[in-house]
Design a protein around this ligand. Structure first.
Ligand SMILES: O=C(O)[C@H](O)[C@@H](O)[C@H](O)[C@H](O)COP(=O)(O)O
Length: 255
């Protein structure tokens, strides 16, 4: 279990640049330590800004991208190439720009793929792909860093408050009736997210501040998925000032 740290940046732009720089350092450290690195991506506006910022950093070339595994924490269950898929967004912003090994890019299944239009089947296939990359009989590979956005309602990945997926214990779940469109999704569940070495919750904007404040104060721990997230080594909240407005000053450990 890890204590959460909070870093506050002036605005969304600087936040994205700071997270991008951190991500490069984390990937470099993991490669120095383990010979390879793995990152779990998410969707949303701030995540896309981070991916663009990584692509724009000259230091990106210091990473050996051919030894980086890319996984997704959640996906909108749509046809391949749909602009609303998290995969499409990440590919356009970063994955198509850096020299990754295509075999190490692990998108969640699309609704027109071999899994067909059944999100439960898609979730089962992704669970199998994760297990195949895991050591021994473990269900999940090592994740060096797992990035999350935060919803106004405190959701992370596609784990929504008061939705059955919030209480799901299998590593990967289908989600129907998502309050955030599109309604059908697949997601890593909280127990799977919490196996990552580092979990980064990235949030920008005033509309996020109540959920962020509640999650960090522990007040919303039962209702808010964001409050139930922690990395095995580190849990890091990366915020802009507007999203941090309700975070008690004593918790702002990093700047
Ligand atoms: O696919 C998605 O929609 C997500 O993975 C979701 O969890 C997202 O990260 C948050 O809703 C924050 O999104 P914004 O940064 O756009 O507010």
């Amino acid at each position: 279990m890890s204590e959460a740290s909070v870093a506050v940046h002036a605005d969304a732009d600087l936040l994205a640049q700071a997270v991008a720089a951190r991500l490069l350092v984390k990937l470099l450290d993991a490669q120095a330590e383990r010979g390879q690195a793995s990152v779990v991506l998410t969707g949303g506006r701030i995540a896309a800004a981070v991916y663009r910022a990584v692509a724009a950093l000259p230091a990106r070339d210091a990473v050996d991208w051919s030894r980086v595994d890319v996984w997704w924490g959640d996906e909108r269950f749509l046809p391949a190439g749909d602009p609303d898929r998290n995969e499409t967004q990440a590919r356009a912003a970063l994955l198509d720009v850096v020299p990754l090994d295509p075999a190490r890019i692990h998108p969640m299944p699309a609704s027109d793929g071999p899994a067909g239009d059944d999100p439960e089947e898609a979730a089962a296939r992704y669970a199998a792909e994760l297990a195949a990359a895991a050591p021994g009989t473990a269900p999940l590979p090592h994740f060096d860093v797992l990035m999350l956005g935060v919803g106004e309602d405190g959701h992370v990945a596609s784990v929504f408050p008061e939705h059955p997926v919030h209480y799901e214990s299998r590593p990967v779940s289908a989600v129907r009736g998502s309050p955030k469109p599109p309604p059908v999704r697949t997601t890593l569940t909280l127990p799977a997210i919490n196996t990552a070495e580092e979990v980064w919750l990235v949030a920008s904007g005033a509309d996020k501040s109540p959920a962020v404040g509640m999650a960090l104060a522990g007040a919303g721990s039962v209702q808010l998925p964001a409050a139930g997230v922690q990395g095995t080594g580190r849990t890091l909240w990366l915020l802009d000032r507007a999203a941090a407005a309700d975070v008690p000053t004593r918790l702002r450990s990093l700047r």
